[in-house]
Design a protein around this ligand. Sequence first.
Ligand code: FAD
Length: 191
Amino acid sequence: DSSSSSSETPSKPKSSLPPGMVMGPDGKPCKVCTAFRNWPGKTTKSNAKSSTQKSTAVGAMAAIASGGAVASVSSPDPNVLPAHCPPDVEQLGRATWTFLHTTAAYYPERPTPTQRANMLSLIRALPLLYPCSHCADDFGEDMKNNAPDVSGRAGLSRWLCERHNEVNVKLGKEKFDCGKTDERWKDGPTD
Ligand code: FAD
């Protein structure tokens, strides 16, 4: 939840802001910094209408594409981001972590200097460009104390896992076992 600690909500909401809504650096309410359940102006009725307007096939595809993180067609949940909405802090986070962990899982064991430089550029761009501003700021602070390890696939996967765990802890979630990054992001379960 983006409202549960000061590190998650660095900008104090104005009294007119709904609880949990996070202010962006421009002083305006920031949708992509805030969980959908805390967005103002959403109602069960409008969500139900927008969901039922979509065909079952489209809704099912959207649900698959987002890992199930959109409201289902048959039973819209007012707290679940509908497929046609812009991303909230959680959907953007899941998509970004998926991209980063998967990219790390397929990074070379012995990258060339150019590959290392490109990976460093990608990582260093995050605190500058990530659209959830307080997420970006905290990630940048974390990186100051924990320099990116772009030496190879194993090191990068672990470094990213540890950064993700920092966010997990901040949000009150369980830490992920960093010995299982390949299973989660490359090989799948062994069964
Ligand atoms: P996610 O945390 O998105 O994880 C997706 C999947 O990754 C999990 O299902 C699990 O299988 C796997 N996983 C979990 N942990 C690890 C790990 N350590 N290593 C490898 N795999 C793992 N949200 C905020 O509210 N406040 C913030 O300040 C904030 N900062 C963020 C900073 C960055 C750089 C990013 C990319 C996201 C940030 N987020 C932040 C979003 C937040 O991390 C989650 O993505 C979001 O809350 C959705 O969480 P989730 O429980 O669905 O799973």
